[in-house]
Ligand binder design. Structure first.
Ligand code: U2F
Length: 454
């Protein structure tokens, strides 16, 4: 390999589905900019997971560097996933500064550009000191980015109106008249009983500092929520829609893509008949909701495929394959992207993580939403009230609630409309990422920034 002419440092947030999309983007960039060298900085656990399925030749100009995760060697992890995030945040930015020094030494070339998860507002300071471009990737939707950028404005308006009414709509923000204050991520509205957590403080700071970035990237396409995208374009120096990354970048290779034979199982079913269930990489619903969902799935009579985390849902399918009168499959991992593109899948029961929503759009599959934290309530509201491509279950899954929603989506006229609307969005996603599509153009602009500066 020839000596690199440009050294790009990539700073990953190693929790949830953040680092995976960032690495997909980097693999895409590394293919079109073979003279650049990419140093991918994440924790050892995250790097092991991400790079394990890749062959040497595929990662020639992308190299992982491990940074401190903030946990002491004798640390016993608790069951609360936020603990690991807070320990990691305490170790920033020092762990990344050390990582950058190590990468410069190893590669033998000064870093010429920093690409980071948007969470890391401090990457702006690092790039500023080095007088190099800072490019930040927001891994969720335009609406959640918007509310973090406009947090102070939202707080001012809600305080002026009295924030006691949680159902209050956010009419004062462009394109938000169907969104309620109760749909906002936790840390936006603060009160004496609800003070800012370390993650809330990080997001607030991020919103204030992102306008200084050379470019802000989003894993979305412009036509999906154009009013909000246009508004954000006025806030940032460059606002580039480079997604859906599952269409613009090659997927990260996995050691074994379908160990549970989900795709083969799906192929035996009628078109749009199967319920797919997954709550992403962080959330495990409380036991009583798991039971309610399990009962509803069994009673619905529809086939279902459930990718579950943690303890296996009890009393649903004892052997995980089938039970008399029930046609279902329980797995600990499914190839979700391919599965949502399979014609047999008719509905996706989801926690509304952004990657899951985008993957459903690309597959043209309507959603049933049970959000838990962060951006997920806002995503649910967007799905339900703005796009009309799914149904919200509100704050809790009950057997009757799930059964009613399944009927709406899979049987009733309402569901047909949802399917048609998400079908239109699917076409727009493919157009945006095809030759001359808007996301392709934005990826080209990004390559220009990364290889030549702004
Ligand atoms: C955090 O989201 P999560 O990681 O919990 O959820 P998603 O954004 O929906 O991503 C889940 C990914 O895991 C994949 C699936 C998605 O790409 O295809 N997956 C799979 O391949 N097989 C399985 O059996 C199960 C899942 C956060 F919690 C959210 O609020 C944010 O919106 C999100 C993005 O910032 O990160």
């Amino acid at each position: 390999m020839a000596d690199p002419t440009r050294h790009v440092a990539v700073l990953a947030f190693p929790f949830g589905t953040h680092a995976g999309p960032l690495l997909s983007l980097v693999r895409n960039l590394s293919a079109v900019a073979p003279d650049a060298r990419f140093s991918f900085l994440s924790t050892s656990w995250s790097n092991q997971t991400l790079f394990s399925g890749m062959k040497g030749e595929e990662i020639n100009n992308v190299r992982p560097f491990d940074v401190d995760d903030g946990a002491r060697d004798d640390h016993v992890p608790s069951r609360n996933p936020i603990e690991a995030v807070e320990l990691f945040l305490k170790a920033t930015p020092r762990n990344f500064e050390r990582g950058l020094e190590e990468a410069e030494k190893e590669v033998g070339l000064k870093i010429g550009c920093i690409v980071s998860d948007a969470f890391f507002w401090f990457a702006g300071d690092m790039a500023g000191e080095k007088r190099i471009p800072w490019v930040a990737l927001w891994t969720a939707a335009v609406r959640s980015l918007f509310v973090h950028v406009d947090t102070d404005e939202i707080r001012r308006n809600l305080e002026a109106q009295g924030i006691s009414n949680k159902g209050q709509t956010l009419d004062f923000l462009p394109g938000f008249s169907s969104i309620r204050s109760s749909d906002l991520p936790e840390g936006i509205i603060i009160s004496p009983e609800n003070s800012e957590s370390p993650v809330d403080i990080l997001l607030h700071k991020m919103g204030l500092i992102l306008p200084k970035a050379t470019a802000v990237l989003i894993n979305s396409f412009h036509q999906l929520d154009p009013e909000i995208s246009d508004h954000l374009k006025t806030r940032f120096r460059n606002f580039l829609h480079i997604g859906p990354l599952i269409l613009t970048s090659p997927p990260n290779p996995k050691p074994e893509s379908d160990p549970n034979n989900c795709l083969e199982w799906l192929s035996g079913h009628d078109a749009a008949s199967v319920i797919y269930v997954s709550f992403g990489s962080v959330v495990t619903p409380p036991p009583h909701e798991v039971t309610a969902l399990a009962e509803a799935l069994k009673e619905s009579g529809f086939p279902f495929l459930w990718s579950y985390r943690g303890t296996k849902p009890e009393g649903i399918l004892d052997d995980g394959v089938s039970e008399s009168g029930v046609n279902g499959k329980l797995v600990t991992w499914a190839p979700q992207v391919e599965l949502l593109r399979h014609p047999s899948v008719g509905v996706f029961v989801t926690h509304c993580g952004w990657n899951s929503i985008l993957e459903s759009v690309v597959g043209g599959v309507p959603l049933i939403c049970r959000p838990f934290f962060g951006d997920q309530r806002l995503n649910m509201r967007t799905v339900e009230a703005i796009w009309g491509i799914g149904v919200g279950l509100g704050g809790v899954m009950t057997k009757q609630g799930v059964l009613g929603s399944l009927r709406r989506v899979l049987v009733e006229e309402d569901g047909k409309g949802m399917r048609e609307r998400i079908g239109v969005m699917k076409k727009l996603a493919y157009a945006a990422t095809g030759v001359d599509g808007s996301s392709r153009k934005d990826v080209n602009d990004l390559v220009e920034i990364i290889t030549n500066g702004d």
